[in-house]
Design a protein around this ligand. Structure first.
Ligand code: ARG
Ligand code: ZN
Length: 879
């Protein structure tokens, strides 16, 4: 059944308080929920409507009286008590079977410990309740369990009581002082240890911070703790937002569907976003941990204190919180170039993942209008495009204006469940601006195209910019209205210096300004433009659009070497590369000889040897657009041709810049003990990019150099980079000394699940890995489909991140995909539905691939599928 945004009605009853008592045991857990409800004056309905799924109902009593049908009715996940009194207390006993729960929603087991995941609709797998975010209650929770097996009993808020019970059992009682929706409920019970610290807040209060893990992981918690403290400080300084609890806990779990969850005071994390030490974690892991710890912590205000009225408003909290974590990470780099690096990485993700989503069968607005399964809408559109939408407020209103809007938002809505429109209104009202047109960013799907034309009038010294916009059709939306688009512009003179931008009547003439494009087409004229400039458009990627602006190679080369906007320097390099990659792809298809011009090679050489430029920025500039990025720009996607074109360009750059790559490898070694700072991480990134280029050459000496780096590395970044490049460039097959490395790596890290994930994934993403390779790896004793991280590392690694092999001409990749999807769907629908997304673009592939793709999709659709996977397959086939 489809749920529609416009069908929203308020809940008939509201819950004020809920008291939960859990008797925890793996095969049968008893839950007693005592809930106080009152009739909602805003609703006409007199029935109490509770949601429950996969529950064994033992007993239900209302105001002291046990109910029997037809006092109540159950149907299709709903429990309805008709015509209830205005104030009721319900006591509901249910039984759960955590050891049977492979969906990892509700209450489940991981390595023998109990965990919960309730967002979005997992609480209804724990008890019958108005499980919807606009019903907010205060919670008390009592956990009872065997003391020896489950010494640690955690829930939201503050610990108010604990003690022993008969038969070797014990209990703990928790009280959360803040009202919250049920999706923020959590419990953890098990054999865990913690790193803890007392931390003083800006207002002088001392709070207890804890990071809970399994015992063997205690030596990997320091970075998460540091990240948490930095997050607290940052939110105090940047937004004036303080921690509102006396205790804040993070718990790591190795079986988890997503990244992490912001349960009030008890954040639960996928181990991959908590555990780090130099032996097991890469620079990227360190950065991800900091950003996810920040993200979940920031949710305490943007999500928990102010939450969503309904799940269509998901981006209200997710887009905003992603924006906040992006800004946090950017500020943490401590430099302008660090901020640019972060911005480039974020935009790269947006383009690689969100733009295709916005152009495919699952395209939906940042605030969707309908869904079959809400879990399918935790998407890059809701998260990353949502963050871009929030960023545009800041671009339009300035940092101070944005802060004013945030302050007003909390002043108005603290403790409430609200909508994206409420957020917009706070931004508009705090700044005295009419932002009604801006709402279209929430309601219209698809990536807008912005076309730019520029005319320089030498005689009058004026520059005219004509900006026009359009937006392609998306499922269910054929007509689009113009967006309000901030387009940041700069002008470079022939020396590469910024020129002042002056319009008629202006007093000031800044070097960069944000034009507001609100109509289908608009003209902007600048005066006193001393010479014909090179236009630097959409600086810092000021809007999530596709810019169409014809610029010559010379203009792009000028921007690449001089633009004061780091983002656009990088962008110019990417455009130069993309232009060539597209014609190389055509050349491959036409069986023509492949060539690369020396102007391009020289430009890359200049970047590589420009030691004034941050190594991290050089690494980004020298990384070619990914295969998906290239494919997106072609009419018919030919993965094999794209792959060969990109490989040719990489090899040619390796051959022509061999000396420079070698220098970069030598000169970017880091000094002293491992530190995951942006500076050192940037150096390592450049050094390891250089290594990967060198390994494309037919010179065993470089293979040995990489083997040596592998053996001598004192950190996972360097070690993993060496191994990955050796495997991906085929040296592990060609060089006897390299053959044993994958096995060596496996044995070395056998007990580190997160590293074994890397081991599977680096093999699955190798250009040399076909389905036979992956099927063999699936037989490895360490492989299991049940653990989402493991399934993702191998299966998703191949299907999502090994484009050329996955789309093999014989359709073997698709067969592999369908078999695993069907199996996974029986275990874990949420994870399966993500795997289903691999086929999003199937209609855009070359005809010879479309047939086997469609066949695989049909095979899947004939199975009995979860609601999650059915929605994706249905939309993919019918689009
Ligand atoms: N709110 C979490 C976060 O973004 C994500 C939880 C998603 N869970 C899910 N079952 N869809 O931090
Ligand atoms: Zn989030």
């Amino acid at each position: 059944a489809t749920v529609y945004r416009l069908d929203y009605t308020a809940s008939s009853f509201l819950a004020d308080r809920i008291d939960l008592v859990f008797d925890l045991a793996p095969s049968v857990t008893q839950v007693r929920a005592t809930t106080e409800l009152h009739r909602n004056p805003d609703s006409e309905n007199r029935d109490i409507v509770l949601y429950g799924e996969e529950l064994e109902l033992v007993r239900i009593a209302m105001n002291g009286k046990v109910l029997a049908k037809p006092d109540y009715a159950t149907d299709n996940g709903e429990l309805r008590i008709p015509d209830a009194p205005d104030k009721v207390t319900l006591v509901i006993d249910t039984l759960l079977h955590p050891d049977q729960n492979t969906s990892l929603m509700g209450l489940y087991l991981s390595n023998g410990n109990f965990f919960t995941q309730c967002e979005a609709e997992g609480f209804r797998k724990i008890t019958y309740f108005p499980d919807r975010p606009d019903v907010m209650a205060t919670y008390t929770v009592t956990l009872r369990a065997d003391r020896e097996k489950y010494p640690v009993l955690l829930s939201n808020g503050n610990l108010v009581e604990e003690g022993d019970l008969p038969n070797g059992r014990h209990y703990a009682k928790w009280e959360d002082p803040f009202k919250k929706p049920s999706y923020l409920f959590a419990l953890v019970a098990g054999n865990l240890v913690c790193r803890e610290e007392t931390f003083r807040l800006a207002d002088g209060r001392d709070v207890l911070l804890q990071v809970w893990v399994e015992k063997n992981n205690l030596d990997k918690t320091a970075h998460a703790m540091e990240s948490l403290k930095h997050s607290i400080r940052w939110d105090e300084r940047r937004f004036g937002l303080e921690l509102d609890l006396d205790r804040f806990m993070i718990v790591a779990v190795s079986d988890f569907n997503m990244g992490a969850m912001e349960n009030k005071g008890l954040n639960i994390f996928n181990t991959r976003y908590v555990l780090a030490n130099p032996r097991i974690a890469t620079d990227l892991d360190y950065a991800n941990i900091e950003s996810v710890v920040g993200h979940e912590y920031f949710h305490n205000w943007t999500g928990n204190r102010v939450t969503c009225r309904d799940w269509f408003q998901l981006s209200l909290k997710e887009g905003l919180t992603v924006f906040r974590d992006q800004e946090f990470s950017a500020d943490r780099t401590g430099s302008e170039s660090g901020r640019a690096v972060k911005r480039i990485e974020d935009v790269r993700t947006l383009r690689q993942l969100q733009f295709p989503e916005d152009a495919g069968p699952m395209a939906h607005p940042v605030r969707p209008d309908s869904y079959q399964e809400i879990n399918n809408f935790y998407t890059v559109t809701v998260y990353e495009k949502g963050a871009e939408v929030v960023r545009m407020y800041q671009t339009l209103l300035g940092r101070d204006g944005f802060r004013k809007g945030m302050d007003l938002y909390f002043k108005r809505h603290d403790g409430q469940a609200v909508t994206c429109t409420d957020f917009l209104a706070a931004m508009a009202d705090a700044n005295g601006r009419d932002l009604s047109q801006f709402e279209r960013w929430y309601s219209q799907a698809g990536t807008p195209r912005v076309k730019l034309q520029s005319h320089y009038d030498e005689k009058n010294r004026t520059l005219t910019l004509i900006l026009s916009q359009s937006c392609p059709q998306t499922p269910g939306q054929t007509e689009k209205q113009p967006f309000l688009i901030p387009v940041a512009i700069g002008l470079l003179d022939s020396h590469g210096k910024d020129m002042p931008l002056r319009m008629e009547g202006d007093k000031a003439a800044p070097n960069s300004r944000t034009l507001e494009l609100s109509e289908e087409s608009q003209t902007f004229t600048f005066i006193d433009v001393a010479e014909k400039p090179v236009v630097s458009a959409l600086r810092n990627f000021s809007a999530p659009v596709i810019l169409e602006y014809e610029q010559s190679d010379d203009e792009l080369l000028h921007l690449l070497s001089h633009d004061s906007d780091h983002f656009n320097r990088w962008e110019a390099g990417q455009r130069l590369a993309l232009r060539r990659l597209l014609s190389l792809t055509k050349a491959v298809q036409a069986d023509r000889t492949l060539t690369l011009d020396s102007a391009f090679i020289d430009a890359f050489r200049a970047v590589l040897t420009d030691t004034a430029l941050d190594p991290a920025l050089r690494e980004l500039a020298l990384t070619l657009p990914g295969e998906m990025m290239i494919a997106e720009k072609t009419d018919e996607i030919d993965p094999a041709a794209t792959h060969r074109a990109r490989q040719f360009m990489r090899r040619t750059l390796a051959e022509n810049l061999e000396k420079e790559w070698l220098n970069a490898w030598q000169e970017n070694r880091t000094e002293g003990a491992y530190r995951p700072t942006p500076q050192d991480a940037g150096k390592r990134a450049l050094k390891n990019l250089a290594l990967s280029y060198l390994l494309l050459l037919d010179k065993p000496a470089y293979g040995r150099m990489a083997i040596d780096q592998y053996h001598t590395a004192d950190n996972m970044s360097d070690r993993l980079a060496a191994l990955t490049s050796l495997v991906h460039s085929g040296w592990t097959d060609k060089l006897p000394e390299a053959k044993a490395l994958p096995d060596h790596f496996y044995r070395e890290y056998e007990n580190e699940a997160l590293v074994i994930d890397k081991w599977f994934s680096l093999q699955a993403t190798s250009p040399n890995a076909d389905t036979a390779t992956v099927r063999k790896l699936m037989k490895h004793p360490a492989f299991t489909l049940k653990n989402p991280n493991r399934a993702r590392s191998l299966i998703f690694g191949f299907c999502h991140n090994n484009m050329a092999q996955f789309h093999a001409a014989d359709g073997s990749g698709y067969t592999f995909w369908s078999e695993n999807l069907i199996e996974l769907d029986r275990i874990n629908p949420q994870v399966a539905a993500r795997l289903a997304r691999c086929m999003d673009q199937w209609k855009r592939y070359i005809p010879s691939l479309r047939k086997p793709a469609e066949q695989a999709l049909r095979n899947v659709s004939e199975q009995s599928l979860s609601r999650d996977t059915r929605e994706i397959i249905g939309k993919t086939l019918s689009a």
